[in-house]
Design a protein around this ligand. Structure first.
Ligand SMILES: Nc1ncnc2c1ncn2[C@@H]1O[C@H](COP(=O)(O)OP(=O)(O)O)[C@@H](O)[C@H]1O
Ligand SMILES: [Mg+2]
Length: 269
């Protein structure tokens, strides 16, 4: 059965898009059919695959405002097992209008229902806010990955995000669970990074992925080459770290299949 994973944080520049693109590509590289959905109106995902603004046909905008079926919004990438849905650039005004009315919170969840089981993993790249679009993504999602940039203020504002997720779970999506918090742009040679890593691991006890994403030029070059890091240079530290993250997630699933009653509830409590 397909799993929908939202990549979210209200902070910008923490590595949400980089994680969405490279983790999706890693799943595909490992043989899993993967779809990436861009919920950020800035539309950086399409750029990561070398698509220009005018190469895009339908995207999330058309799905939301014109009820274009999801199947008609899916775009191919150079990897057979990896597809994506672009956001299309749209204004705040459209964002607000398209997300009003009955069942607005469930727009994405309902739109994805016909294709959910055609993929092993569906990842959603969220915008840097706690607005309607992130809300839609978290209601559609089965699980959640929160990138945390390895810097001094890493945990600042996380409280608000956790609180919002808790109330969303209670009200709309009780089964939503944390896949994990992901440390990004890590430089382990640096003492400040080491202190931040220790603090994040201590504060979020057991919910932080073992895999950490290093600061790596190949990851920053993704939009430039229009290809995920696994396609630019599979052996780079950046590509290897996202492949390791994909394997860690697959191991979480294997462990869960082994236990008769998985205890993942406490994670998102
Ligand atoms: N691990 C990394 N190493 C080097 N640069 C990175 C890394 N992760 C992200 N970046 C760069 O940092 C910037 C912000 O990352 P991005 O993924 O766009 O964050 P977000 O989607 O959370 O706003 C981008 O320019 C991106 O290329
Ligand atoms: Mg982004």
């Amino acid at each position: 059965m397909g799993e929908i994973i939202a990549i979210a944080s209200q902070k910008g520049g923490v590595g949400k898009t980089t994680t969405s693109v490279n983790l999706s590509a890693s799943f595909a590289q490992l043989g899993y059919k993967t779809l990436l959905i861009d919920m950020d109106p800035q539309g950086s995902v399409a750029t990561s695959f070398g698509y220009g603004r005018y190469d895009i046909r339908n995207g999330v905008l058309e799905m939301f405002t014109k009820d274009v079926p999801v199947q008609e919004c899916i775009h191919p990438t150079e990897m057979d097992l990896f597809h994506f849905i672009p956001s299309n650039v749209w204004s705040d005004e459209v964002d607000k209008r398209s997300l009003m009315g009955a069942a607005a919170e469930f727009k994405l969840k309902n739109a994805l229902a016909p294709i959910k089981n055609l993929y092993d993993y569906i990842l959603i790249d969220c915008p840097p806010s706690l607005g309607n679009l992130t809300f839609n993504a978290l209601i559609a999602a089965d699980s959640l990955i929160v990138p945390i940039q390895c810097e001094y203020y890493a945990l600042k504002a996380l409280g608000r995000f956790l609180k919002m997720t808790r109330s969303l779970k209670t009200e709309y999506n009780p089964d939503l669970r944390y896949r994990g918090f992901l440390l990004t742009m890590v430089d382990t040679r640096n003492n400040l990074s080491k202190r931040v890593i220790n603090k994040v691991r201590y504060t979020l006890q057991g919910l932080v992925f073992d895999t950490m994403i290093p600061r790596n030029i190949r990851l920053a070059e993704v939009p430039y080459y229009g290809k995920p890091a696994v396609m630019i240079d599979k052996n780079s530290k950046g590509a290897q770290s996202y492949l390791a993250l994909a394997r860690e997630i697959l191991e979480q699933d294997a462990r869960q299949d082994d236990t008769s009653k998985p205890n993942t509830e406490s994670a998102a409590a």
